[in-house]
Design a protein around this ligand. Structure first.
Ligand code: ROI
Length: 166
């Protein structure tokens, strides 16, 4: 029998529709029971101004760490299925509002660049709503493959528009 080594993966959660705080909290409960995985940690919740089109509500964001034996595409399938459970409508509006977004940010130290999946998530290093919650639960010295060290990426980030919730 073959065995697969467990990999640490980071998942970004975001919502700005239909009680966003509850959407994110429920999604964290669902990650607790994700198959072949174990939820290791999750950040505080953050309230953030929308990046992209401004004519939409503020977002609630968080980042979670899991240990998983799913391969990255299986993991993506599960995350997309959870988005569907939360009534996510992909209506083609780029950067529009959403009930739940689950972004696979990092998968071990893998770099993946296929049409369906890019890891590290290409935009993550530009987004305070990803890097701030990530910095709560990941080592500051963590290398984001191909992008740099978390600590210096955070230093380069424009401030503002984000608030940690109690
Ligand atoms: N803006 C914020 N603040 N948080 C998000 O999760 C988020 N997600 C997105 C876009 C539309 C880019 N903007 C966001 O997908």
């Amino acid at each position: 029998m073959s065995s697969v080594d467990a990999v640490t993966a980071y998942i970004g959660l975001g919502s700005n529709l239909e009680d966003p705080r509850q959407q994110v909290q429920t999604a964290l409960q669902e990650l607790l029971v994700l198959s072949s995985s174990c939820l290791l940690n999750c950040s505080s919740l953050y309230k953030s101004r929308p990046v992209g089109p401004q004519h939409q509500p503020d977002y609630i964001n968080a980042v979670a760490t899991i240990l998983t034996t799913l391969d990255p595409y299986q993991l993506l399938d599960h995350l997309q299925a959870l988005e569907q459970v939360h009534g996510r409508v992909r209506d083609g509006e780029r950067w529009g509002p959403r009930t739940l977004d689950l972004d696979l940010l990092l998968y071990g130290d893998s770099m993946i660049n296929t049409p369906r999946l890019q890891i590290p998530h290409p935009e993550m290093v530009n987004r305070a709503f990803v890097l701030l919650p990530l910095s709560e639960i990941a080592p500051m010295e963590m290398e984001i493959p191909g992008k740099g060290v978390l600590k210096s990426l955070l230093e380069d980030l424009a401030e503002g528009g984000i608030e940690r919730l109690e």
